[in-house]
Write a protein that binds this ligand. Sequence first.
Ligand code: ATP
Ligand code: MG
Length: 475
Amino acid sequence: MEPITHRVCQKFLPRVLGVTCRNRSSSASNPAPIYSRCATHLVSRIYQPSNLRDMVQDSRSPDEMICKSQRLMQQAGLIHPFNPGCYFYLPTIVRSMEKLVRLIDQEMEGIGGQKLDMPSLCSADLWKSSERWDLMGKELFRLKDRHGADYCLGPTHEEAVTTLVAYQSTMSHRQLPLLLYQITRKFRDEPKPRFGLLRGREFYMKDMYSFDMNEEAAYQTYESVCQAYTRLFSRLGLRCVQVQAGTGNIGGKLSHEFQLPADIGEDRLLVCGTCSFSANEETMSSRQTNCPQCKTGKLVESKGIEVGHTFYLGTKYSHIFNAAFSNSQNKPTIIEMGCFGLGVTRILAAAIEVMSTEEGIRWPGLLAPYQVCVLPPKKGSRVDEVAGLAVELAQTLGGTLPHLRGEVVLDDRTQMTIGKRLKDAQRLGYPYVVVVGQSTLEETPKFEVICQQTGETMFLGKDGLVDLLQRVETI
Ligand code: ATP
Ligand code: MG
């Protein structure tokens, strides 16, 4: 990494870091703190207020029961509660969310998805056309504009996107399949918002809508989205099951849920012990114990968190809004549709729920907000002299390994012991923690490297460390 020039240092760092830098006039007796010269993220400057205390005081009713991911996320300063089911997403979790969005973008673009962004304010007329204005009941957040016209805040966008596609009266069969998706806030007045980001009233969803020329093509699209979802969860290291599901008030002919098995999950699944059959209990006749597919296997019940949902809609919405294309004989034909949701904020919380220990967050490697945390020694300790090495290490890691640019933090809170800061690092779950301490003073300096995903501790020289971190996958 390039050294910070005097001008940059004088003009920029003092303002950002609130420190004075060494310059021509600074004296040896009053040197600038070395950490301020480090161009990596400093833990002391990251806004991540822990708010566990408020949460414990607030959560007296059983409905507000705290689950592991919620506790860990509030403890680590990732989220802060605001209204029921609404949270501040603090800077550290926003980094993870942006990574998840990049991953979703890759997978959606991989199957031909095009990203757009639709308005959240949706006119009641559209929702009345599909009859969902009444069907949605209290779940819909409703409001009036200054002229008295009714609106809702979008909980999903079938009506909106179908109207958009219907505007284009000259759509040709050559333009199909068309896959449009967005990653935006959704609003649902949930009866029981709880468990942090697992069930919010305002949350992020990826919703994709597909448009095909016939049923067969629509089934192919449906299959390719399911495969993309499977790939996405496998890249996150999450063991997800795809189960048959009901179509609820979205409607349509075929539907699957992507469920992450977890005790905190609110869905009940039946999974066959012999074949690949699995279904949401809602779709099965009650008390069924034998597998309807292979007939011999026993169905085992487990709980799951629904992280994704796919629907084959047919012409339900395209018929209402007259979304059509001209086929190869130039005849106007109603479009076949599918819709495909992923709970973006729910995936973050669910991953934390199933991967973490009680003491600390464990992330899907790709989503860790930072990959590496470097811990310099405590100020005034016997090994204080290696503090400079820690700064240098943090800088070179971010500089020599391009995929780690911006991924290294330095825990400069050197008034605290290494032990205390290690505990915080465990809580936040940086995949790699590098302690610059005692063993750095040995003849061949070694860093203590804790790999938090595996719990392994290694002592590595700088080359060994670079070698290890070279293999870290980032997005
Ligand atoms: P649930 O049964 O959990 O209420 P849903 O079936 O109503 O969810 P969908 O309409 O299928 O949800 O929405 C698509 C995805 O959005 C879901 O699979 C889920 O991952 C996510 N999601 C839905 N509701 C919420 C919520 N209240 N908070 C966070 N994520 C949600
Ligand atoms: Mg669903």
